[in-house]
Design a protein around this ligand. Structure first.
Ligand SMILES: [Zn+2]
Ligand SMILES: [Zn+2]
Length: 607
């Protein structure tokens, strides 16, 4: 995965190359007059200044000549200028054509690993990603096909998501469990004041789609440590961590190692930031960088995970949008390099100190005994789904492969019961730890933090084997481990794939456009909007009274709805897709409305 030497071409050089290539392949006749400047500018998608620079280069290489008051003419290609023409057209093309025509075949031919990028002059007026074509190593198709997971949609996440959308990274998956609050607005380019209390992941995804409708987006409102199926990570080209705590970083690091995927970590505090890339098997991993003390703290907190989960929310650090741009920008670039299989520096850290503007790189020392350094073996894809498959079903499959001793190892602790040390009361729970709130962990009678009995091994002795995998905290498209003391097997819930990984959020569904929204709205009632995963990014419903004379007053109950009244006393209600329903309180008389979802009427009537 060595990076090739970058020969950066300017716009003018690329344009000159195009003309030289046309001369060589005959599409531009030798001795003929070139089209007028304006036409050439359009054809090549460049400015007049750039065109003149290109023509100058062609003239210096004796490929074109200017005839005063007439225009530019292509010269004849002969021994005096053919070398220049080929060199100018493209080094790679020259080489390959020479191999094909001039050189005798003397033995097996060497096949180039990566054929030279063909010259393509984009139309900058119509092609939003056109300028990237001029970057010598940019591979449009690779970027378009890339799948990138962004974990965290805070200050860093906003920057990374924005950058990836701008660059046309084709498939973006965003996960975050948090909701937007006013304080996020100072550091998050994708959030608006009206987004208060909405899911960060969803809003960021919707805005990324608005920034570049050509990219495919999916979001998940959940916790990466427990809510993301490993099958999603398994299908990614790069993972970018935009996290603010160690617990989540440690989890992401392990997941990426298990799935053998590279991940890019960024961290910011005030004007300081750091960037690191971790590639399984190449240098240190995130866990290697943690001190003994930090690891002890983490394991200590694991013994009291209810508190640990609470602490994550408390550990917020002050940051600025500027350092988020710097580090988020670097993270995006590293992801781009990973997509292009370019050289990265795994196991190293880039420190950026915004106070002194000093930047330095240091390598971490990999630790032989690091607990993260495990990779899953061959993965068996089952047509099973987390919501339908029971523990018993999975155990049966594991035992047919591994024998009657096989057990299942859950990734998340399952809380069997909670016992109050004070009142000595015992409550049966059977819930994944992540679903037990801080409050629920305490005794309802005396308020003491209760002792929890956990398990993560399913041995076949349990009295809850009929429970589904999702009910014990296994996310969709997860990959589960089973072992018999000698060997492991890995089972993916591949039946979840179509729903768990689709990159189709906020995609305009053409069939839906004509589907009328023909619902009756009742006062103090709710209007159910179509599922946000398939509808357009913004729904507008216009309600006007009938007959149109008096004022209609509609008060929204839910925050994200905007109501505006125009000159003709039309009342416009608009809600984002995050709002599944619109509530309103009073309408003085029956009104009728229309929506941009279809031609059908939205009827509003009194209750
Ligand atoms: Zn490690
Ligand atoms: Zn108690």
């Amino acid at each position: 995965m060595k990076i090739q030497k970058i020969s950066h071409k300017t716009l003018a050089e690329t344009a000159a190359a195009k003309v030289a290539a046309s001369l060589l392949d005959g599409s531009l006749a030798q001795g003929s007059q070139l089209p007028p400047e304006r036409e050439l500018m359009n054809q090549l998608g460049i400015s007049r200044a750039t065109l003149r620079e290109a023509l100058k280069a062609l003239e210096e290489n004796r490929l074109v000549e200017a005839r005063p008051h007439v225009g530019w003419f292509a010269r004849k290609i002969d021994d005096t200028n053919i070398t220049q023409a080929k060199e100018l057209a493209n080094d790679g093309e020259t080489r390959s054509s020479r191999t094909a025509t001039n050189e005798p075949l003397t033995g097996p031919r060497r096949i180039p690993v990566a054929p030279e990028k063909p010259i393509h002059i984009p139309n900058l007026q119509k092609d939003r990603l056109g300028t990237f074509e001029f970057i010598s190593w940019w591979e449009r198709e690779k970027v378009k096909q890339a799948k990138v997971l962004i974990i965290g949609a805070g200050a860093l996440g906003n920057e990374v998501i924005k950058n990836l959308a701008l660059m046309g990274v084709g498939n973006i998956f965003i996960i975050d469990f948090d909701k937007i609050e006013a304080a996020n607005l100072s550091r998050s380019v994708l959030f608006r004041e009206s987004d208060n209390n909405r899911s960060k992941a969803e809003v960021a995804a919707a805005r990324a789609k608005a920034v570049n409708p050509e990219v495919h987006i999916q979001y998940l409102n959940g916790d990466v440590t427990t809510g993301l199926g490993l099958g999603i990570i398994r299908r990614m080209d790069a993972i970018i961590g935009c996290l603010d705590n160690r617990e989540a970083r440690l989890a992401v690091n392990r997941f990426c190692y298990w799935m053998n995927k590279p991940w890019v970590d960024g961290a910011i505090q005030e004007l300081l930031g750091l960037l690191r890339v971790f590639v399984p098997g190449e240098g240190a991993c995130y866990e290697c960088t943690l001190t003994e003390q930090a690891l002890r703290d983490l394991s200590l907190r694991y013994s009291c995970q209810l508190l640990a989960r609470q602490n994550v929310l408390l550990g917020k650090v002050p940051t600025t949008p500027t350092i988020a741009s710097i580090i988020g920008g670097m993270q995006s670039q590293e992801a781009l390099k990973l997509i292009h299989s370019m050289t990265v520096e795994p196991g190293k850290v880039v420190h950026f100190n915004g106070l002194t503007n000093m930047m330095h790189t240091t390598a971490y020392v990999p630790r032989e005994d690091c607990e993260s350094h495990w990779a899953y073996g061959e993965i068996t894809e089952l047509p099973a789904r987390a919501e339908r498959t029971t523990l018993q079903d999975l155990l049966r499959i594991a035992r047919s492969d591994l024998g009657p001793q096989a057990v299942i190892e859950l990734d998340q602790e399952l809380v069997i019961s909670l016992e109050c040390p004070n009142c000595h009361t015992m409550e049966q729970v059977l819930q994944p730890l992540s679903q037990i709130t801080f409050e629920a962990g305490h005794c309802p009678t005396c308020g003491t933090l209760r002792d929890a009995q956990f398990t993560h091994l399913i041995t076949g002795e349990e009295n809850f084997l009929h429970r589904t995998l999702s009910s014990v905290g296994v996310p969709a498209l997860h990959i589960l481990r089973a072992q018999n003391g000698l060997e492991y097997r890995f089972y993916e819930l591949t039946g979840d794939l179509p729903e768990a990984l689709h990159f189709r959020h906020f995609e305009q569904n053409p069939s839906e456009k004509t589907q009328p929204l023909n619902e009756r709205i009742r006062l103090k009632g709710e209007l159910h909007l179509p599922d946000s995963s398939t509808s357009s990014s913004r729904i507008r419903i216009q309600i006007k009274e009938e007959p149109p004379q008096n004022t209609v007053s509609i008060k929204p109950k839910a925050a994200p709805i905007q109501i505006k009244k125009d000159k003709k006393d039309k009342i416009k209600l608009s809600a984002s897709t995050a709002t599944k329903h619109i509530r309103y309180e009073s309408v003085e008389r029956p009104v009728r409305g229309t929506s941009n979802l279809g031609r059908g009427r939205v009827k509003v009537c009194k209750l």
